[in-house]
Design a protein around this ligand. Structure first.
Ligand SMILES: Nc1ncnc2c1ncn2[C@@H]1O[C@H](COP(=O)(O)OP(=O)(O)OP(=O)(O)O)[C@@H](O)[C@H]1O
Length: 241
């Protein structure tokens, strides 16, 4: 049994009078693959922002590797090993793919050969063959890979993949899943936030479902797929479209 990489207790966040989140208790174990699902507005992004430190919860605490980081600023949390990839990658278009990675590696004084490290990161996401091409030439799939490589530049212990597969074809989704599985096998705990249900279900060892800011169900992919409360949340959502 491993110990938690992340431990959230009693996390609550409101925007004005609107309560977007909580209270939420959630652990992510070291090396775990955790899926977070929930309809639009369920509070998933707010939760992630509380983990990365972009938002300060009104209540509750965040622990990382047994240390309380509730008062630690976002850049320091990133340096400690919490990294996230963004849904919409925004590379520096004027730079090559490799140069894009030299930017985050600039913050890693311990990395002496930054170009070699950048190439290694690109290799870990199957993008090394594009290293010297302009990032403006990348396809959607390649942009997602570059975004993952950027998130990995800080050597994270926890990677939060925020809708890394939205808009991709089934074969492309398979490729991103393979990459994430490989990263996980190398020891990185991964939180996958995803609307593509078959992908998150295949990937995750455990899935939690949010609705209206609350964690309404947790279990294996099978348990969550067969959970009537979860089905109701999604069925209810579909009837509005
Ligand atoms: N800065 C903000 N100010 C006011 N309300 C906000 C703010 N950020 C989020 N909200 C509200 O909080 C609720 C939760 O939003 P959040 O973005 O966390 O949901 P989500 O589960 O990530 O949704 P999606 O799947 O669409 O990304 C929503 O009702 C949203 O409108």
């Amino acid at each position: 049994m491993t110990s938690p990489a992340l431990s959230l207790r009693g996390i609550e966040k409101s925007f004005g009078v609107f309560k977007a989140l909580g209270p939420v208790d959630l652990d992510l174990m070291q090396g775990e693959r955790l899926g977070i699902i929930g309809p639009n507005g369920a509070g998933k992004t707010t939760l992630i922002n509380c983990i990365t430190g972009v938002l300060r919860p009104d209540q509750g605490s965040v622990q990382f590797m047994g240390k309380d980081i509730s008062n630690v600023p976002p850049f320091e949390r990133a340096r400690m090993g919490i990294s996230r990839s963004f849904q919409i990658p925004r590379p520096f278009i004027g730079m090559s793919v490799l140069e894009n990675l030299l930017v985050p590696l600039d913050y890693k004084p311990a990395v002496h050969n930054k170009e070699a490290r950048a190439l290694q990161l690109l290799e870990s996401v199957n993008l090394h063959q594009r290293a010297y091409d302009p990032s403006g030439d990348l396809s959607q799939l390649e942009l997602r890979k570059l975004e993952l490589a950027r998130a990995l530049a800080s050597d994270p212990k926890v990677l939060i993949a925020d809708e890394a597969m939205a808009g991709l074809s089934d074969t492309e989704i398979d490729e991103v899943l393979d990459i994430l599985m490989r990263l996980n096998a190398s020891g990185v705990a991964i939180i996958m936030i995803e609307h593509i249900m078959h992908a998150v279900m295949r990937f995750s060892q455990r899935v939690v479902c949010f609705d209206t800011g609350l964690l309404i169900a947790a279990g294996t992919a099978d348990e969550i797929a067969n959970n009537t409360t979860v089905q109701k949340v999604y069925f209810g959502e579909q009837t509005h479209h």
